[in-house]
Design a protein around this ligand. Sequence first.
Ligand code: FNR
Ligand code: LAC
Length: 386
Amino acid sequence: VDAKARSAREREYIDVKRPWPMAPEEWEASAQEVLPQQAFDYVAGGAGLEQTMRANRDAFYDWRLVPRMLTGTTERDLSVELFGARSPVPFFLAPVGVQALFHDDAELAVARAARNMKIPMVLSSAASTSMEEVAEELGDSPRWFQLYWLNDRDITASIVKRAEAAGYTAIVLTVDTLSLGYRDRDVRNQGFLPFIVGQGIAQFTSDPVYRSRLEKPPEEDLEAAGMLWVSLFPNLGLSWDDLAWLREQTSLPVLIKGVLSGDDARRAIDNGCDGVIVSNHGGRQIDGEIAALDALPDVHDAVPDDFPVLMDGGIRRASDILKALILGAHAVLIGRPYIYGLAVGGQTGVERVLEQLILELDLTTALLGAASIADLDRSFLTRRPA
Ligand code: FNR
Ligand code: LAC
């Protein structure tokens, strides 16, 4: 990142010499202006032709909200409860790796924004900042830990135990990325892969078991630490049977991120999991696969009503959040939009993006005639006429 250019830009916004971006596409365009091409492409891009990325967005267009008039509701309660903890709004921050690509303060800037706004942060296994440092910044603000199960059980056990010790209250096991997808933009950028040069492996360079696998400490040879990560990351042999072992490592709730069918949701339950996240990783893994929103009704139908179902993929506006909640999500995750906020304005940028979303969500819920998230039943939604 060209730090000088970026901080000048940041100051410009903070001084309100120029208006902050408003719509999500404007944040994306501003992020493109401040980021080096390869960093922008890494966040903005998806697998192959990016058909699934588009499908994630298009799927929302097929549903229309049906408001209810004269309900006399003047107050809204946008909060939701998951695993006994109440959150002020029905969205969390999705796990997004390697945030040092987007801002020097990386995950720490996001943690400050999350804490100020009381929005739960899901920290990535591929973060640029260790889980303990992020936890310290978060204080008692809520957090979950996203797990990439590297092909080494001792390392994985150590990571999970550290997350529990650092106050993360759930483990989110991502199962759609047992190997990274084929992403045209990254291939075009000389095969851009931050991990090879040791970026995005802070959970591991800070891990005693991982460090014990290295000849030289990462402080002396970061590239070797990166190469070890790249060699341990692919774990295509992982199967549902392995979950019993993970369950033994932790008493925290375990959610499976990357479920796209009712069948897999049932398998998650049968294997002792406590929740699922309907997601196709933002269209970054399999080009041409089902849109996340289109997968949601099948998952919803397959699980008990009180079984936690979250969803992400293409959530950009308040209406997207509302549609996903009505179709069965208990909460959603915001992904790329807050990263664009981070790139443009650090902590303040993230806060702006989230504030805009909350304002729009509150107003839209009011206009729909709903007093709370729990009020939003299926009668508020209809399929677009063919
Ligand atoms: C991701 N995502 C992701 N997911 C995960 O479980 N662990 C991770 O480390 C990452 N890293 C990551 C990096 C970048 C740059 C992006 C854009 C995404 C996926 C993320 O959690 C979420 O599923 C998607 O971002 C949702 O799609 P949208 O709404 O951002 O388009
Ligand atoms: C990605 C990984 C880090 O999507 O999840 O790039």
